[in-house]
Structures are given as structure tokens and as C-alpha cells.
Design a protein around this ligand. Structure first.
Ligand code: PMP
Length: 350
């Protein structure tokens, strides 16, 4: 067959999902805690016989639950199969001008993959030397849209709300996407700005703070006109997306605020301890507002050496072989026990 029949792409490479019984998995920013007991109950209540029916086209129950939870009309909410699905749909729907989409040079690397997939040109903006995002770089520049992860990944650093609003206000003609995958762990959300700015889309996920990575639920909140544009693209690809059990589990999660808050508090407390102990070992740890830390070991130890030693012990963290961050490790906050086991191994290397 002719080669030119086929797309050539460099796909996003997710963290490995190794399968060792004794594995400590701190590499993909999942929650170390199970979802709410109400989610478990919902899964047990689910009648598998109902799987013969398609789920509701607009994922009604979870859309309604999220609209009520955040205080928006349901027409402001779009739900997808994880926030990756929501973001991919936004890229297709909202970055259609031919002008470049701007995002930080070091950020969630899937943004660039979607841009290439959908033939969207990109303008990558370097971070400051301290890995923070300079809002001025995104203002007064010709572009076809802006995407910012707040807190940013893998740096874990959150941006000031005022800076984000400045970017939104400076780009009234283009869509500004704020990916708040990690916002429940720190930083200030701009969800309440949605009624103020008709170019703002805020993206959220159930994968991290709601312990539901395996259920694949993400959503975005924006004005109804933007939601309608996104839905039109969705309905041009696949009408039935989130599956029935996921919808029911997602609703149950949204309705258990107490458990949600309790798990966040645990992760945040462990994060602070992890950062403190790594610093005591000589690591430089960036200020984290997420459920992971981004840290570089004291010389002469390298991130690659730490990664390899931990992997030998079946402890998995993330090491990106990307210039500028290749001596850093992204370590997901685990349970206190998991973190202690990891720290004990690191101590042996120092
Ligand atoms: N945005 C960011 C910044 C992320 O780190 C991730 C997790 N890989 C996602 C979006 C996607 O998460 P999910 O599809 O599980 O909602």
C-alpha cells in the first residue's frame, strides 16, 4: 500500500501501568484512595441488564449533578470520557482559525499531540527560569486560542487568578482554556469567572481528586454558545460517550462532598510532608498546588538514577526525558506508607 494513505504521529506517552503485586505506583497522578463508598454502592446497585440500552445522549444525570454542584445551568456543562476527551473535542471545535494556539513550552504534553493531530499550528511559550508562567507572554500576541493548565503539569505550580483573568481579558476574540485537572489540591479556580467571560472554558476531571481515573469522566464549563459548538463536534463523531455505570458512579461522587473534602485534606497533608522530607534530603522541590511534586535530587545524584533505583524496587515515579526538566522527577502523592517506603529508598541513595 502507499505510505501516504496513513497518518504519521508521535502520540502522547502515558505513564506506564506495570503490574507487580507489590508495586507502589506514584507515576500517573491517580489518587491513592478509593472512590467514595457512595460510588462503590452505586456500582453495586447498577443493573448490568441495563447495558443493552445506550446511555443518555447528553449524559443527563451527571450533567445535571455537575450543573447543580457548581451553580450553573446545564447548558453550560459538557461531559466527556475523561478530560482528555473533553480537551481533544475543544481542540477540534474551538481552534479552527489557522492562527497558532499558545501554551507553555513545558506543560501537559497532550496539548501538542492534539494540535498536530488536528493540524492546528502551535506557539509554545517558554516558562520563566523558576518554571512559572509569565501571563504577559500571552497578552497582545496574535493567536488562535490559549491553553493553560492551572496548576501546571508537570511543574505543579499554580498561577495567580488575577494573571489568568488578564490573559482571558487580553484575548476576547479567542477561546482561553484553563485546564483545572489539579485545582482541587490548590490554586484558585476561575470557574466563577465563566459568567463574566464568554471566551473562557474551564476543564475539570474526576480522575485525580475524585479517585475515578478508571471511570473516565471529565467535563468543562463555559457559556452555552461555546458548549453548543463543542457538543456539535462531539455529535459529529460519537453520540454515546460516557457509559451507564460511569454516569451513575460519577453522580454518586458529586453527591458525597464530605468524603471528597476528607480525601483532599489527606493528600494535601501528605504532599506537604513529602515536599518537606525531600527538601531535608537536599532535593529542590517546586512549590506544589497539585497531587504531585516536581523535584530534582542533590548533585551528583541524578533524576535518572533515582528513577532506576526506585523502579528496581517496584516503586514507579515519572521521569520525563525532555530538555530542561530531564533532571526532575514527578512524584505522585501516595498514602503515607507508600511515601515513607519511597523516601526510605531515596535515603539509601544519598
Ligand atoms: N490535564 C492534565 C494537566 C493532566 O495531567 C491530565 C492527566 N494525564 C489530564 C488533563 C487528563 O486526565 P483525564 O483524561 O484522566 O481526565
Amino acid at each position: 500500500m502507499r505510505e501516504d494513505n496513513f497518518r504519521k504521529l508521535d502520540p502522547y506517552v502515558p505513564g506506564i501501568q506495570p503490574a507487580f503485586a507489590d508495586m507502589i505506583k506514584l507515576n500517573t497522578n491517580e489518587s491513592p484512595y478509593p472512590p467514595s463508598p457512595k460510588v462503590i454502592e452505586a456500582s453495586e446497585r447498577f443493573n448490568a441488564a441495563d447495558l443493552r440500552l445506550y446511555p443518555s445522549v447528553d449524559v443527563g444525570p451527571i450533567r445535571d449533578a455537575l450543573a447543580e454542584y457548581h451553580g450553573f445551568d446545564r447548558s453550560c456543562v459538557f461531559v466527556g470520557v475523561g478530560s482528555d476527551d473533553v480537551l481533544a473535542t475543544i481542540f477540534q471545535a474551538c481552534f479552527n482559525s489557522g492562527r497558532p494556539v499558545m501554551f507553555p513550552e513545558i506543560t501537559y504534553s497532550f496539548y501538542e499531540v492534539w494540535a498536530r493531530l488536528y493540524n492546528i499550528s502551535v506557539k509554545k511559550i517558554p516558562l520563566r527560569p523558576d518554571f512559572t508562567i509569565n501571563a504577559d507572554d500571552y497578552c497582545g500576541v496574535e493567536n488562535g486560542g490559549v491553553v493553560i493548565a492551572n496548576p501546571n503539569a508537570p511543574t505543579s505550580i499554580a498561577m495567580e487568578k488575577g494573571d489568568i483573568e488578564m490573559i482571558i481579558r487580553s484575548n476576547p476574540e479567542n477561546v482561553v482554556v484553563i485546564d483545572e485537572a489539579y485545582i482541587d489540591f490548590g490554586g484558585e479556580s476561575v470557574l466563577d469567572c465563566v459568567p463574566k467571560y464568554d471566551n473562557l472554558i474551564v476543564v475539570r476531571t474526576f480522575s485525580k481528586s475524585r479517585s475515578l481515573a478508571g471511570a473516565r469522566i471529565g467535563y468543562c464549563v463555559a457559556n452555552p454558545e461555546l458548549i453548543n459548538v463543542i457538543e456539535t463536534v462531539r455529535n459529529s463523531i460519537n453520540s454515546y460517550t460516557n457509559n451507564r455505570p460511569a454516569i451513575e458512579m460519577g453522580v454518586a461522587s458529586v453527591k458525597d462532598e464530605e468524603y471528597f473534602r476528607a480525601m483532599l485534606a489527606k493528600v494535601i497533608a501528605t504532599r506537604e510532608r513529602l515536599a518537606k522530607e525531600l527538601r531535608a534530603l537536599g532535593f529542590t522541590v517546586l512549590p506544589s498546588s497539585a497531587n504531585f511534586v516536581f523535584a530534582t535530587p542533590p548533585a551528583p545524584l541524578t533524576a535518572a538514577e533515582v528513577y532506576d533505583r526506585l523502579a528496581e524496587k517496584h516503586i514507579f515515579v515519572r521521569h520525563f526525558k525532555i530538555p530542561g526538566i530531564d533532571n526532575y522527577l514527578r512524584i505522585t502523592v501516595g498514602t503515607d506508607d507508600q511515601v515513607d517506603t519511597m523516601l526510605a529508598e531515596v535515603k539509601k541513595l544519598i
